[in-house]
Design a protein around this ligand. Structure first.
Ligand SMILES: *Cc1c(COP(=O)(O)O)cnc(C)c1O
Length: 322
């Protein structure tokens, strides 16, 4: 008999490869390309979907029967993890800090997928996760824990592999990217890209994480730690590219935006048909524009990674005065 589940799983991993579009409109005298990780074909895509494929491969291969994760119900991470759990028929528990509950399209989707949300004060989160894992185990379950945001070496691996896709594009097209920009949050996306560049021998590649919330030094330290953890796990001791984690554009923190960021999101959707959102991608795009100007970068090939968050685009449209 054909093992269909295995075939589907392999198909899913192959489907992670996303395209790179060249935009018609230059940006500050540079040619702009966008890697469409927002189009990963599962649960509205995005970097959390890319990471989740790796976690679910481990979950299915290891015959775990329950998924536990951490994050706000309104997060892209929880939406994707709850959706994959539902797809594979696995109960999903989400430990959420009770302080920042928001009713958004993501939180509604999490509800639709039947995930069980356990709210707890933010300083009780790790104790709550420990107790939940122990309780599930004592009931005879095999729970698998996915860190918030898909943090950890597997999440980093997802973007090491994404870097290989970028490298393959460069080799096929003859276009070399001078700078890669993306929205940086918990740091695994950036860590993966930096490690991927190191492993491809591209130690001069400029990878700029535009922070969407965290300030330096903490935000950058977390990226550095993720890089160290990953490179240690594969026993790599060679050179790596510089790490640029720019916190100049966070405004007052996570989810905060201004009129210019809204304009960027409207403009890119209207002119290129590419959705950005004010929490992550439009904020990073806005930061990238200023970074290019400030550093007088001109006449280069720039790659922006659209890390997704499609449901947030619609949250941004609600109550809008268009
Ligand atoms: C989580 C997220 C990021 C940040 O990714 P990290 O790996 O946490 O740095 C960027 N964009 C979107 C849309 C996200 O959901």
């Amino acid at each position: 008999m054909i093992d269909l589940s295995m075939e589907l799983q392999d198909y899913d991993m192959r489907s992670l490869k996303t395209g790179i579009d060249r935009l018609d409109k230059p940006i500050g005298g540079n040619v702009l390309f966008v890697k469409r990780d927002d189009l990963i074909p599962f649960s509205f895509g995005g970097n959390k979907a890319r990471k989740a494929f790796y976690f679910f491969k481990e979950i299915l291969d290891g015959e775990y029967d329950t998924v536990v994760t951490y994050g706000a119900g309104s997060s892209n991470h929880c939406r994707v993890v709850a959706n994959m759990s539902a797809k594979y028929g696995l109960p999903c528990y989400i430990v959420s800090p009770e302080e920042n509950y928001q009713n958004t399209f993501n939180s509604r989707l999490v509800g639709l997928f039947g995930a069980k949300i356990i709210k707890t004060p933010v300083d009780n989160v790790s104790a709550c996760i420990d107790t939940l894992m122990k309780n599930l185990e004592s009931e005879g379950k095999r729970p698998y824990f996915i860190a918030g945001g898909g943090h950890g070496n597997l999440g980093t691996q997802a973007y090491v592999d994404a870097y290989s896709e970028i490298k393959a594009f460069e080799e096929e097209s003859g276009v070399k990217f001078d700078c890669i920009f993306h929205a940086s949050g918990t740091g695994t996306t950036q860590a993966g890209l930096v490690c991927g560049a190191a492993l491809c021998g591209d130690t001069d590649k400029k990878i700029v994480g535009i922070s969407i919330a965290r300030k330096c030094p903490r935000g950058r330290d977390v990226v550095v730690k993720s890089i160290d953890d990953y490179l240690q796990s594969i026993d790599y001791k060679g050179a790596i590219p510089d790490i640029t984690f720019d916190d100049s554009y966070v405004l007052d923190g996570y989810g905060r935006y201004n009129d210019d960021i809204v304009s960027v999101a409207r403009e890119v959707m209207t002119n290129a048909g590419i959705p950005l959102n004010t929490t992550y991608t439009a904020k990073a795009f806005w930061g990238m524009k200023q970074y290019l100007e400030r550093n007088k970068i001109c006449g280069k090939n720039i790659l922006f990674i659209n890390t997704g968050g499609a449901p947030l685009f619609f949250d941004d449209m609600i109550g809008d005065d268009i």
